[in-house]
Design a protein around this ligand. Structure first.
Ligand SMILES: Nc1ncnc2c1ncn2[C@@H]1O[C@H](COP(=O)(O)O)[C@@H](OP(=O)(O)O)[C@H]1O
Ligand SMILES: [Mg+2]
Ligand SMILES: [Mg+2]
Ligand SMILES: [Mg+2]
Length: 401
């Protein structure tokens, strides 16, 4: 039995002796298996050490699924949601994979997850081919990782719907954006698998899987179409992570044995040396407002445009010094679009606030309440940004003019 369990185990990482063996009792799992989880720092020294390792394992597995899909995405594998934003089999598949790993790793507790996707469209007769494709994808990724579990379409629906939690100020809630930057994903640009953990209203863990992000210096072309095609090399693919009060780290995404490296924001105070980042999509964040902010501040370098929370990762790693986001005034920002990146930037020494200077508050349910937009930077530059934000009017987005 012991051998059988070993064969069926998920060898996520096993470099410390405290191997966790868990038998999942959930109805969607058909066979017993074990999950080997490990940490870089001894788990007992970190309050949420085991949870962090489980989150990294979940993000790595989901990132693998996304990478496979992006390379050969077909028209049948994507759809438009009611709000006109795209969703793909990879968004659904990644959400199910992360839910499965988190539940598997901690079967005794009731998983609360605030996640972007739900199964409503997949439950329609027209959604059946997509559901079958998602199930097939998950099972092939599980087989490759020797998970030893085969899911049925009904299991996948239930896993996706574990993301329906409302979050809130008490207890533990995982916060998941299975693919942040889906427009970037379908456009062969950047995207990120983003997982945070909220404990009593505070983001205490964050993990970002960035399959198309170079581990070294990053330039404008890395935010543009073609980033996905260039992502085959061993120096592409980053995993950012942070544990509250224990710093932020970066590691190669595809090598779970590589040691994570501590990262820090670049503590610039001179805006003339600073590079700012914003969304590629001007419908997500007003490019004219950020340009006015840059002028007011004295920033001379052109913006670095990237999809998704890779921007938070790049800020934390010192590749750029400012991140700005000014959505349409009627738009309500969702917590999964920021939770993981927020704790990573703060642990790297940066500040993340709304345009009025209030620290982001993730305790109010699925949405953030923001004054105008989001500003993130090292402390000295952040102060200057707030002064600029007090002077610059938020310009309407192209779609509102
Ligand atoms: N009109 C809008 N204004 C602001 N943000 C929007 C938006 N429509 C979608 N978004 C959000 O912008 C996110 C992507 O951000 P970015 O521009 O930094 O890549 C999307 O995440 P998803 O791709 O997970 O849906 C989505 O939540
Ligand atoms: Mg998102
Ligand atoms: Mg998303
Ligand atoms: Mg979306």
């Amino acid at each position: 039995m012991q051998n059988l369990l070993r064969q069926q185990s998920v060898h996520i990482r096993a470099n410390y002796t405290g191997v966790t063996r868990l038998c999942c009792r959930r109805p969607f799992v058909r066979r017993r298996a074990s999950v080997h989880v490990a940490v870089d720092v001894e788990p007992q020294t970190l309050q949420y050490g085991k949870e962090l390792e489980n989150a990294k394992a979940a993000v790595r597995l989901a990132s693998k699924l996304c990478q496979i899909v992006q390379r050969q995405l077909s028209a049948e594998e994507r759809a438009d949601k009611k709000d006109d934003s795209p969703v793909t089999v990879a968004d659904y598949g990644a959400q199910a994979v992360v839910a499965w790993v988190l539940q598997w790793a901690d079967p005794a507790s009731r998983l609360s997850m605030v996640a972007e996707e739900d199964s409503a469209e997949l439950r329609q007769p027209e959604g059946r081919p997509m559901l079958e494709r998602i199930t097939q994808l998950i099972n092939s990724v599980f087989a490759e990782a020797k998970v030893g579990v085969i899911l049925a379409p009904e299991d996948v629906l239930k896993l996706i719907d574990l993301g329906g939690s409302q979050g809130g100020p008490t207890g533990r809630h995982w916060v998941l954006d299975p693919i942040d930057g889906t427009r970037g994903f379908v456009g062969m640009r950047q995207y990120a698998v983003c997982l945070g953990m909220l404990q009593d209203g505070e983001v205490v863990l964050g993990v970002l899987g960035c399959p198309n992000l170079p581990q070294g210096p990053v330039g404008e072309q890395d935010g543009q179409e073609g980033a996905a095609q260039r992502a085959g090399g061993s120096d592409v693919g980053c995993l950012f992570s942070a544990h509250r009060n224990h710093g932020a780290y970066a590691a190669p995404l595809w090598d779970e044995h590589a040691d994570p490296v501590r990262i820090q924001v670049k503590d610039l105070s001179n805006p003339r040396e600073a590079r700012f980042m914003e969304s590629v999509e001007s419908r997500h964040s007003s490019h004219s407002t950020t340009a006015a902010m840059a002028r007011e501040l004295g920033v001379v370098l052109p913006p670095l445009r990237m999809d998704s929370q890779v921007k938070y990762g790049l800020l934390s790693r010192g590749c750029a010094s400012i991140f700005m986001r000014f959505p349409p005034p009627t738009y309500k920002e969702k917590i999964w679009d920021h939770a993981a990146g927020f704790v990573i930037v703060e642990e790297a020494g940066g500040r993340v606030t709304d345009a009025g200077g209030a620290r982001l508050d993730f305790s109010r349910g699925r949405f953030l309440q923001l004054d105008r937009g989001i500003i993130a930077a090292p402390p000295a530059l952040h102060q200057q940004l707030l002064r600029a934000a007090a002077k610059v009017a938020v310009a309407p987005l192209p779609s509102e003019q």
